[in-house]
Design a protein around this ligand. Structure first.
Ligand SMILES: Nc1ncnc2c1ncn2[C@@H]1O[C@H](COP(=O)(O)OP(=O)(O)OP(=O)(O)O)[C@@H](O)[C@H]1O
Ligand SMILES: [Mg+2]
Length: 418
C-alpha cells in the first residue's frame, strides 16, 4: 500500500470512529445546498415568524435583512425561500448574489429569468446577456476597489461579464408581468448588497427605486455599516420592513453544532441534543467551549469546527479533549493568518488590535498611527474593513463609536506558539 492509500484509510478510520461521514461545516450558506441547509438550520424563530407573517398578507413588501458578516443572512433568506417554495401556493422564488458592477434591475432580471425555464422570452433574454439558464454566472477574479467610501484598498473581487440589456428596468417589468400571469407572487432575493462600497450601493438602491416599487416582493441583504443604517432610517421608504440578525444564544449554538454533526451521521444514528453522544467526537464540555468561543456567530462556529476536526483527524484523536481543542484553535489561528492578500502592515495592525483588545479612534496613540504609517485613524479603516472580510477583525457592538476587536479565530502571538 502506498503512503497516500495509508493516509486515506487512516482518515476513513477516524471519521468512522467518530460516527460521521465527512466534515459537515461550511463557510457560506450558499455552498450548503437546500436540503443540507434544511437539516442544519437552527434558531431564528422570532425572525422567521416576523418575515413569514408578512407573506400571510396580500400586499407585497420590500424586506431588508441586515447583520454583520457571517451572522447568517444568506442562510436565513435561503431558508425563507425554501419554505415559500415548498409551502406557499403559486409563489415563484428567485435568489441571486449581487456581483460587482451590476445594477439591481439587471440582476433582478437575471434572477427572475433563470427561474422561468419554460418561458421562451426569458430564456432569450438570458441568451442575449450571454448567460445560460440554470448555470452559474461565469466568474473571473479581478482586482477591484472595495471598502469604505473613498478608500484605496484593493483586493480580489468577483465580477461577471454580462451584456447589460438596454433598458433593464423595462425588461424586468415585462418579464415580471409574464411571471405574474402564472403566479400570484414573485419573490426576488438579492443577497450581498453591501459587499461593495457604501457609496456604490447607495447609488444602486436609489437607481433601483422604480424596480423596487414594481409588483415583485424583494428581500435584500446587507451589512449594518453606515450605509444600511442610513437606508433603514431614511424617509425614502425603500423598505417596508427591515430585520437585524443578532448573534445567537449559547444553547442555540449548541443545538446548531448537534444539527451539523447529525447531518453527516447515518439515519439510524441521529441523536437528540440531550444525548452526550450528540456532539461526538466533541465531549459536552469541549462542545460548549467551542460554542462559547464562536460568540453566537454561525460562521465562526463553522470555521472553527472545521479546523478542529481537521486537526483532530491529523492527530488521530478519538475524542476532542480540551488539549485537542486548543490544538484546533491554534491551527485555526495559523490558517486564518495564512490567508492570501495580507501584507506585513496588516499583521502589524492585527497585532495591535490583539494587544489592545479594542481599537478605536479614542485609544489609538500617535506613535501607533506613525507605526502604521498614517496620520489619522480614518486612514486605516479600509484596511480594517479588509480584515473584517477575512474574519480576522470584528466591529464591536457600540452604536456611538467605531471600535474593533479580534475575532475568536485569532489567538495572541504567545498562545499560538505553545
Ligand atoms: N441559523 C443557522 N443555522 C445553521 N447554520 C447557520 C445559520 N446561520 C448561518 N449558518 C451557517 O453559518 C455560515 C455563515 O452563514 P451565512 O453564509 O448565511 O452568513 P452571512 O451573514 O450571509 O455572511 P456574509 O456577510 O459573508 O454574506 C454558513 O455555513 C451557514 O450555513
Ligand atoms: Mg451571505
Amino acid at each position: 500500500m502506498n503512503e497516500a492509500d495509508r493516509i486515506w484509510d487512516e482518515l476513513e478510520n477516524i471519521y468512522s470512529q467518530w460516527g460521521i461521514e465527512e466534515n459537515p461545516f461550511s463557510e457560506s450558506a450558499s455552498n450548503l445546498g437546500v436540503s443540507r441547509l434544511r437539516e442544519v438550520f437552527t434558531g431564528r424563530s422570532r425572525e422567521l415568524k416576523d418575515v413569514l407573517s408578512l407573506f400571510k398578507g396580500r400586499e407585497r413588501k420590500r424586506v431588508l435583512v441586515y447583520g454583520w458578516i457571517g451572522i447568517g443572512k444568506t442562510a436565513f433568506i435561503l431558508e425563507i425561500l425554501d419554505i415559500l417554495q415548498r409551502k406557499a401556493a403559486k409563489t415563484l422564488t428567485a435568489y441571486i448574489s449581487l456581483p460587482a458592477n451590476t445594477d439591481l434591475a439587471t440582476i433582478a432580471l437575471v434572477a427572475l429569468a433563470r427561474e422561468m425555464r419554460e418561458d421562451e422570452w426569458a430564456q432569450q433574454l438570458l441568451n442575449q446577456m450571454g448567460l445560460i439558464s440554470g448555470q452559474p454566472l461565469r466568474q473571473r477574479e479581478i482586482t477591484g476597489k472595495v471598502g469604505f467610501a473613498g478608500s484605496s484598498a484593493e483586493f480580489k473581487d468577483k465580477r461577471i461579464d454580462i451584456n447589460k440589456p438596454l433598458f433593464p428596468e423595462l425588461s424586468f417589468e415585462d418579464l415580471l408581468k409574464r411571471a405574474l400571469e402564472k403566479y400570484d407572487r414573485v419573490v426576488i432575493a438579492i443577497d450581498d448588497l453591501d459587499k461593495q462600497d457604501p457609496a456604490t450601493v447607495k447609488k444602486l438602491l436609489l437607481n433601483a427605486q422604480g424596480m423596487l416599487k414594481s409588483g415583485a416582493w424583494f428581500i435584500l441583504t446587507g451589512h449594518p455599516s453606515g450605509l444600511t443604517r442610513d437606508i433603514v432610517i431614511s424617509e425614502r421608504g425603500l423598505f417596508d420592513f427591515s430585520i437585524k440578525l443578532e448573534p445567537l444564544e449559547q444553547n442555540i449554538m449548541y443545538q446548531m453544532l448537534v444539527n451539523y454533526l447529525n447531518s453527516v451521521r447515518s439515519e439510524e444514528c441521529q441523536y437528540s441534543v440531550e444525548d452526550e453522544q450528540a456532539v461526538k467526537p466533541f465531549t459536552p464540555d469541549t462542545a460548549k467551549m467551542l460554542c462559547e468561543r464562536s460568540s453566537g456567530v454561525p460562521r465562526w462556529l463553522n470555521r472553527l469546527g472545521s479546523y478542529i476536526l481537521q486537526k483532530a483527524s491529523e492527530l488521530n484523536a478519538e475524542i476532542i479533549t480540551p488539549e485537542i481543542l486548543q490544538e484546533g484553535f491554534i491551527y485555526a489561528n495559523q490558517q486564518v493568518r495564512g490567508q492570501l492578500g495580507l501584507t506585513p502592515m496588516d499583521f502589524m495592525l492585527l497585532d495591535l488590535i490583539l494587544e489592545k483588545g479594542k481599537l478605536s479612534d479614542e485609544n489609538i496613540t500617535l506613535e501607533e498611527l506613525q507605526r502604521l504609517q498614517v496620520q489619522e485613524f480614518s486612514e486605516i479603516l479600509p484596511r480594517i474593513d479588509q480584515l473584517i472580510q477575512l474574519d480576522l477583525t470584528r466591529r464591536l457592538p457600540n452604536e456611538e463609536a467605531m471600535e474593533f476587536g479580534p475575532t475568536p479565530l485569532l489567538l495572541p502571538s504567545e498562545e499560538s506558539e505553545t
